[in-house]
Design a protein around this ligand. Structure first.
Ligand code: HEC
Length: 141
């Protein structure tokens, strides 16, 4: 391949990726990392705010402040950031404890930061709020 051909190929590829991102907008093709799994005891933890649905309002504020830059306001995930679409059944079908664990630990290698700096109850509030993002799909609880 000549240098010129290389350049054309690279440009064409970047263009295709950019176009795809623009068309899709949300990250519906997101697939969870099979190696990023909460240990069983963490996944089994229940949300201590489960009986305080009003706490989701605070969770929304936290979400808008900390999460939308990658997940978007509706949680569907910004393609350019490779962020998860949090409305997808593959995410919503996970237990509260599993989502709490993922928010706490993050998956830095794939771009999800750890939020262990947020107080524990705020992380549970976020989980509560994540549950309001969708109406479709069964929940495993
Ligand atoms: C800097 C970008 C970024 C920010 C900020 C961010 N996320 Fe993420 N998040 C990601 C990426 C990227 C993934 C997918 C990681 C992967 O591929 O394993 C992800 C995955 C997740 C998942 C797990 C999805 C699964 O695979 O099961 C949850 C839950 C989640 N984020 C919640 C949050 C919450 C709540 C916040 C705010 C407190 C937040 N994220 C902030 C980028 C971000």
């Amino acid at each position: 391949m000549t240098r010129e051909m290389m350049r054309t190929a690279v440009l064409g590829w970047s263009f295709t990726v950019a176009l795809l991102g623009a068309v899709l907008g949300q990250n519906t093709s997101y697939e969870p990392d099979p190696h990023w799994q909460a240990p069983a005891d963490a996944a089994a933890r229940g949300n201590p705010l489960a009986h305080k649905p009003q706490a989701a309002a605070g969770g929304k504020k936290l979400f808008l402040r900390n999460c939308t830059e990658c997940h978007g306001e509706d949680g569907t995930g910004i393609v350019k950031k490779h962020a998860a679409d949090l409305q997808l059944p593959v995410v919503q079908s996970q237990s509260d404890g599993a989502l709490f664990w993922k928010i706490t630990n993050g998956n830095p290698d794939r771009g999800m930061p750890s939020f262990s700096r947020l107080p524990e109850l705020q992380r549970w509030q976020l989980v509560l709020y994540l549950r309001t993002l969708q109406s479709a799909g069964p929940r495993s609880r």
